[in-house]
Design a protein around this ligand. Sequence first.
Ligand code: CA
Length: 227
Amino acid sequence: MSDTVLIVEDEQILREVLKDYFLNENFTVLEASDGKRALELFNSEKIDLIILDIMLPELDGWSVCRRIRKTADVPIIMLTARGEEEDTLLGFELGADDYVTKPYSPPILLARAKRLLYSRQHKNDIKQQQIHSLNGISINMASRTVLVDDQTIKLTHTEFEILSYLMQNEGIVMTREQLIIKVWGYEYDGDDRTINTHIRNLRTKLGDKADAIKTIVRQGYKFEGTR
Ligand code: CA
């Protein structure tokens, strides 16, 4: 069964180039040239991955990302302008899983898309039935659900990866580089702040359990469990 990618890009030439690359890899491709259409398609079709440009007519990429994240954790790769570090950070704050700077190389974008899908599907396939419970936080690796004091909380794909990795390595300091490689599978040339942003969002969602994630200055993060 092929994966369905939604390409949201208002420049027709860029959209068609990407479409060809994804079709060549046997994806089913849906296209939107504005943000409103993107949401319509998202609400009516089963979509496995979204490539989302920022500057779009009708509704920009930020708004599209924010609205999708209210209900779904589908992987989102944002297309940001080169040198716009703040764009990248805002994207992560809104729950994007990855970003590619324009002008990008389509094969690299495709590789990142496939890696994101693979990491998600591979984890589903392993069906690790383990449930890790620490400090009132329970994560179920098979269903990718998280309970805090028996209440389900909604995490993005990336937030789930970070939390499960920290909990599986309870008490051990994980550097930002380790987290980045674990979550995205390769090292960013970019900025450490990307991880900080995801951690901040994660802490917000964990509420009064947020203290379990400790910041270790100049080193990284660790999950400190008390049983
Ligand atoms: Ca655009």
